[in-house]
Design a binder for this molecule. Structure first.
Ligand code: SF4
Length: 505
């Protein structure tokens, strides 16, 4: 794998680093084979085997800038300036509610987020927006006295070419705090997860302490806003948790270089930051499967035990949890028998959730991920989460990659007719409801982590199945917004394979 390059302010996009694709269709085992657990063309001398399906249009998506908004914008004592037209700031409403809920879940004082927008207008597109950015930096500093100011770029600033790095450097010297440009304009990358990497790149360059004093019992946990499930797990190994990036303080981010190791709940999110911490500061990233199901959690705990010299504690925790959880799981499996599930979430997270569904005895013959990274930044095959899923829990006959295309989601659900779906980006859930399928929206992304995660997810599924009749009734009284031609289509990707069809339908 290529080295992470912190010399430049601009992060390399996912497709450049990892060979990321956003559309693909077939068996999970085919996707894994074609990926070669490498970044694509030329990997292992076998050439590029992972070919993306290129559709003629996109019905909707998310952009990298929004991921910066929900990461950099959720650092508690920092401020994010969106250097953008006000339309890019629409996400502030949603992200404020996520921030407030996240703080409440972690027992932190609830407050509004501090994200502002420089509000570029037509004349700025002609004469440049640097003055407006400079004014915004001074204004947020005077108003909030933050410890760090982040600046996110936008499609508009990329077009007009404002010198954002120059303005950031000028104000960093003037104010005496880090002023960090995050290059994340929406059209720079085809997948929004590049926005995670952009935020993490800026943090690695300008916040993480360069002369760390080691804290041998501290573990960086790269996560979003989920409930605090990692503290009790890692406490069993006498380890303390350092949650980053969302809901962290600037000091939490600075001390990442002092930790004993780094873990995450999902490699899609944690890949870049964890690899960067290892490369630049020697903080080992835990190279193991993700902590889902017995197989993944056992291997994950063992690797943490090995890296932190706590192997005995790890083994006794594993034995204790197996004895506690297995009888409960047996009971749950009886209640869940005969159900069919469908997962529609981010990539690596889906691999973990499918493992848990299979531990619960739930049939999962089809699922959807919003993108696919053929490899993660460490390049270490112990992190090959898709390969690990297939090897330990079997193949998935229909494993599709689609970046939130509603029309494809409809056809994908028609293939398998699941009893319920697990979903993270809720925009797709109403469509499932209209088809009579209830969805668990997984607002708390930590719900399925670890041994207890299997019980949590099983109970959540029982709850949503109890509402199935409501969704079935709904499906009898709604009309879908598609033509009969599309409603009868069996191949969700037919328009990508035969784009000329658009002219004829
Ligand atoms: S795609 Fe571009 S214009 Fe749209 S929200 Fe993202 S940065 Fe703004």
């Amino acid at each position: 794998m290529g080295k992470i390059n912190l010399k430049t302010t601009v992060v390399e996009s996912r497709e450049q680093r990892l060979g990321t694709v956003v559309a693909w269709d077939g068996k999970a085992s085919k996707l894994s084979e074609a990926s070669l657990y490498s970044s694509g063309c030329g990997g292992d001398g076998k050439g590029c085997e992972l070919c993306e399906i290129r559709g003629p249009f996109s019905q909707g998506s998310v952009c990298s800038e929004q991921m910066v908004e929900c990461q950099a914008g959720h650092v508690r004592d920092a401020v994010l300036i969106q250097h953008a037209p006000v339309g890019c700031a629409l996400g502030q409403v949603d992200y404020n509610s996520l921030y407030r809920n996240g703080l409440a879940m972690r027992n932190q004082p609830v407050e509004n987020l501090r994200v502002t927008c420089s509000n570029l207008i037509e004349s700025d597109m002609i004469f440049g927006g640097s003055n407006r950015l400079a004014q915004s930096i001074q204004d947020v500093y005077d108003r909030y006295r933050p410890k760090v100011i982040f600046i996110s770029t936008s499609c508009a600033t990329a077009i007009i070419g404002d010198d954002i790095d120059g303005t950031a450097t000028e104000y960093e010297e003037k104010l005496g705090i880090p002023v960090i440009p995050l290059h994340c304009e929406g059209f720079r990358s085809k997948h929004w997860s590049t926005g995670f990497d952009s935020t993490q790149h800026g943090i690695l360059r300008q916040i993480v302490r360069k002369n760390p004093e080691k804290q041998g019992d501290l573990v960086n946990v790269i996560n979003l806003w989920g409930s605090d499930v990692f503290t009790p797990i890692l406490a069993e190994l006498n380890l303390r948790v350092n949650y980053v990036v969302d809901l962290a303080t600037v000091e939490d981010l600075a001390q990442m270089s002092e930790a004993a190791c780094t873990v995450g709940f999902c490699y899609t999110l944690s890949s870049y930051l964890a690899a960067g911490l290892e490369q630049e500061y020697g903080v080992p990233e835990i190279k193991a499967p993700q902590p889902y199901g017995f197989a993944g959690t056992d291997a994950w705990i063992r690797e943490i035990g090995r890296v932190t010299d706590r192997e005995e504690l790890a083994e006794s925790y594993i034995a204790k949890e197996h004895a506690r959880v297995k009888p409960k799981l047996k009971e749950l499996k009886k209640k869940l028998k005969g159900l069919k599930g469908f997962v529609a979430t981010g990539s690596a997270y889906a691999h973990g959730l499918i493992s848990v569904l299979r531990e619960l005895g739930i049939e999962t013959d089809a699922s959807l991920v919003f993108h696919h990274d053929p490899v993660y930044d460490s390049g270490d095959s112990r992190q090959d989460s898709l390969g690990y899923l297939i090897e330990n829990y079997g193949d998935i006959a229909s494993f599709s990659v689609s970046n939130r295309q509603q029309y494809q989601f409809y056809a994908l659900l028609q293939r398998t007719h699941p009893d319920f779906i697990l979903i993270r980006h809720n925009g797709l859930a109403p469509l499932a409801s209209r088809l009579g399928i209830p969805a668990a929206p997984l607002g708390d992304e930590h719900i399925a982590v670890g041994y207890n995660g299997m019980i949590n997810l099983g109970e959540t599924i029982l709850d949503i199945i109890a509402h199935k009749k409501f969704h079935e009734d709904l499906s009898q009284h709604v009309k879908l917004p598609y033509k009969k031609w599309w409603l009868n289509q069996e191949d969700p990707y037919i328009l990508a394979k035969e784009p000329d069809l658009i002219e004829t339908i």
